[in-house]
Design a protein around this ligand. Structure first.
Ligand code: AMP
Length: 113
């Protein structure tokens, strides 16, 4: 995906603050944090959204969830945290490469404002 922002991040073409990485996935700090901890977890391989990765590579989807949990542990989010995956326009997805937001470090209300 030539024009995909997160593919460029995965290829180290755009610098980010990396939190954790594996052979298949990357966790880095969101550029516009909505909480004291706001980390994005992405697969290195391009999938448009949660629907697509769930259908085509559920094992990798599970690895992203495991990495998100590892991020929460490393960030010391012992009081709890939130994992969010926005999907499509109604879901508020703005970057078309699947990602999990890991948010924590403050009390998070639901539904979000
Ligand atoms: P979403 O709106 O769910 O698609 O989330 C996309 C997220 O990517 C937003 O929270 C943005 O702040 C974040 N974002 C966009 N560009 C960058 C970047 N260059 N580095 C880190 N995070 C970014």
């Amino acid at each position: 995906m030539n024009d995909c922002l997160f593919c460029k991040i995965a290829a180290s073409e755009i610098p980010v603050q990396i939190v954790l990485e594996t052979e298949s996935a990357l966790a880095f700090r969101d550029i516009d944090p909505q909480a004291p901890t706001h980390v994005l977890v992405i697969p290195r391989k391009h999938f448009a959204d949660a629907q697509e990765i769930a259908q085509h590579d559920p094992k990798l989807a599970g690895e992203l969830l495991a990495l998100a949990a590892q991020v929460a542990e490393q960030e010391g989010l012992t009081n709890g945290y939130r994992i969010v995956t926005n999907t499509g326009s109604d879901g508020g997805q703005s970057v078309g490469h699947v990602h999990f937001h890991v948010l924590g470090g403050r009390s998070l209300t639901w539904p979000p404002g």
